[in-house]
Design a protein around this ligand. Structure first.
Ligand code: ADP
Length: 545
């Protein structure tokens, strides 16, 4: 027997119409590429999203056709989130930090028909437009008078001139909630990038989940600053959850340095911010010397790579800001786990609470997870046994766009997505990533977690960033070394750092060497790029070999 409730599809257009009706005057503030601050409301956002939808109809775009963006976090990009997906097209957000060759490759692979870009990325578009014949309309996300006369891009239009003649009334089409809404390519550190193709259903369910109290706890009382880019897994779903809750939104545009982020947070009363550890590192380094304080910030989500415990305690102890450590990936929309305490933990001593909060956290309802050993058997949830982390759920990839399904089947035939991460899960369900499977260091048959080794180095006051990699060893297979970028003007020797490890980890896990580097190479999403580091250190030999 079927239930007798209304079978209304979960569509992205309903989010923006909800926000326009119930939070019409809640603000969306954006720092623009032009440098100034732009301010409008959800009502304006909805009206302009409808104008964009009309402009796409005017281009003759069919349902399901792809519209790409190469853009910072800002209001025009937000309009694309709703105007493109809401009208039944697929928004393809492109990471501008990829090499132009790779950008051209993914534009062609996705068969994008329209490409909208911020003027900062004009050089990328100039480099690729001749290689992307399927793009029939290039749009610069700017005012008509900011359009360069000699861009070299045929038929280039300014976004404002494009949508200005369009009506702000639009009948959002109703369709199956499993229809594709947006897509995002993985950063492709190995081989060509692969795309996750999200649906209206997956994005809407994820938007509900992201707003939950033990997740981002978003509400109409918040002022939210997503530093995490809208070109990286939909800014962790914040644009959709923002429309769902009616929170104030603050977009940083291109200014992602510590000073600009700090000033924006203070000026706009930001209560909640989200980003990767490297961004927060820049913010904290800006604040420390001048003794600056946060006046309104209460919570921050840190994810995308492991949050060093030292950063967690700085935020919590020095600034009184709660840190929510988050784990996820492109293939998971991206949220999988978030870390917050349970009721029974509230009485624990502070250091025991900190031990818990360092973990990647508990699964959100909608994400099932398990860890399996080399024999394919599920490992115990005892906080010690580790294994490959597998997940399944309604916002997790089934098949890559134009690709194959990465899922592995269990005995009941359920498909699980192998995350490529190695983890433990404790009896309370807190998951902790020990490594990416390709970064684990295998020494004498035992595994060493590169994240643990990095976290210890990062707790040293002279260390700005640390990356641990395995080096080939004739007897032990591999031994860990740690590459370290020092803080400006800081003094630190190899011996001092190795001594710092003593008592903090088992003796055999202490790195064999410390290599000082000017900077740790970072990938397109601000994460440490260990492949590049290994390449840079290809002539390196372990001491004594
Ligand atoms: P890419 O594989 O292109 O870097 P993602 O941005 O989807 O794409 O990265 C997902 C990976 O990032 C995860 O599989 C995991 O290895 C790592 N990661 C994400 N969040 C965390 C975290 N909180 N701690 C440790 N690793 C993390």
């Amino acid at each position: 027997m079927l239930g007798l409730m209304q079978n209304q599809p979960l569509l992205i257009s309903s989010l923006i119409e909800f926000a326009a009706r119930h939070h019409n005057d809640a603000q969306i503030v954006s720092r623009r590429v032009e440098g100034d601050i732009h301010r409008y409301t959800y009502k304006d956002l909805a009206a302009r999203s409808r104008q964009l939808a009309n402009a796409l109809d005017g281009e003759g775009l069919e349902q399901g056709e792809r519209v790409a963006s190469i853009a910072w976090n800002g209001y025009r990009h937000m309009e694309m989130y709703f105007g493109v997906s809401g009208s039944g097209r697929v928004l393809h957000t492109i990471n501008p930090r990829l090499h132009p060759e790779q950008v051209a490759w993914i534009v062609n692979h996705a068969e994008d028909c329209v490409l909208c870009f911020d003027m900062s990325f004009l050089p990328i578009v100039q480099a690729i437009h001749a290689k992307c014949p399927a793009v029939k309309r290039w749009v610069a996300l700017c005012d008509a008078d900011k359009l360069p006369a000699d861009s070299g891009i045929p038929g280039l239009l300014s976004y404002e001139a494009w949508i200005a003649p369009q009506s702000d009334r639009y009948h959002w089409p109703q369709f199956d909630e499993n229809t594709a809404s947006s897509m995002c390519y993985t950063s492709g550190t190995t081989g060509n990038p692969k795309a996750a193709l999200y649906s209206h259903r997956s994005s809407t369910l994820h938007a509900y989940a992201a707003a939950l109290p033990d997740v981002m706890c978003l509400s109409a009382r918040d002022s939210v600053l997503p530093v995490v880019p809208m070109f990286h897994v939909n800014a962790w779903g914040i644009p959709y959850s923002a429309a769902l809750t009616g929170c104030k939104l603050v977009f940083p545009g291109p200014a992602l340095d510590g000073k600009s982020i700090y000033e924006l947070m203070e000026a706009e009363g930001v209560t909640f911010a989200a980003g990767v550890p490297t961004v927060w590192q820049m913010l904290l380094s800006h604040m420390k010397p001048g003794g600056l304080r946060f006046s309104t910030l209460k919570r921050t989500v840190i994810g995308g790579s492991a949050c060093p415990p030292a950063m967690l305690s700085t935020f919590q102890d020095e600034y009184g800001v709660s840190v929510l450590h988050a784990w996820g990936m492109t293939e998971m929309s991206p949220l999988g786990t978030l870390c917050s305490l349970k009721n029974k933990h509230l009485e624990l001593p502070k250091d025991e609470q900190m031990q818990i909060l360092q973990k990647q956290g508990r699964a959100i309802y909608g994400v099932e997870m398990k860890i399996i050993g080399d024999d394919g058997k599920e490992q115990a949830w005892d906080g010690r046994s580790y294994g490959d982390l597998l997940v399944r759920g309604p916002w997790i990839v089934d098949t890559y766009y134009k690709g194959t399904s990465p899922l592995v089947r269990d005995e009941q035939g359920h498909g699980w997505f192998p995350t490529g991460d190695v983890a433990t899960i404790d009896a309370d369900g807190y998951m902790q990533i020990t490594d990416r499977s390709k970064d684990v260091i295998k020494s004498g048959g035992e595994w060493i977690s590169s994240i643990d080794i990095e976290n210890i180095a990062m707790a040293h006051p002279a260390v700005a960033m640390a990356a641990c990699i395995g080096m080939p060893h004739p007897k032990w297979d591999e031994r860990p070394i740690v590459a370290v970028a020092k803080k400006p003007n800081a003094e630190l020797t190899r011996e001092e750092l190795l001594k710092f490890y003593e008592g903090k980890t088992a003796k055999w896990q202490i790195p064999d060497d410390v290599v000082f580097v000017d900077a740790i190479p970072l990938g397109a999403t601000g994460k440490m790029l260990k492949t590049k580091l290994r390449e840079e250190l290809k002539d390196y030999k372990l001491p004594g070999l």
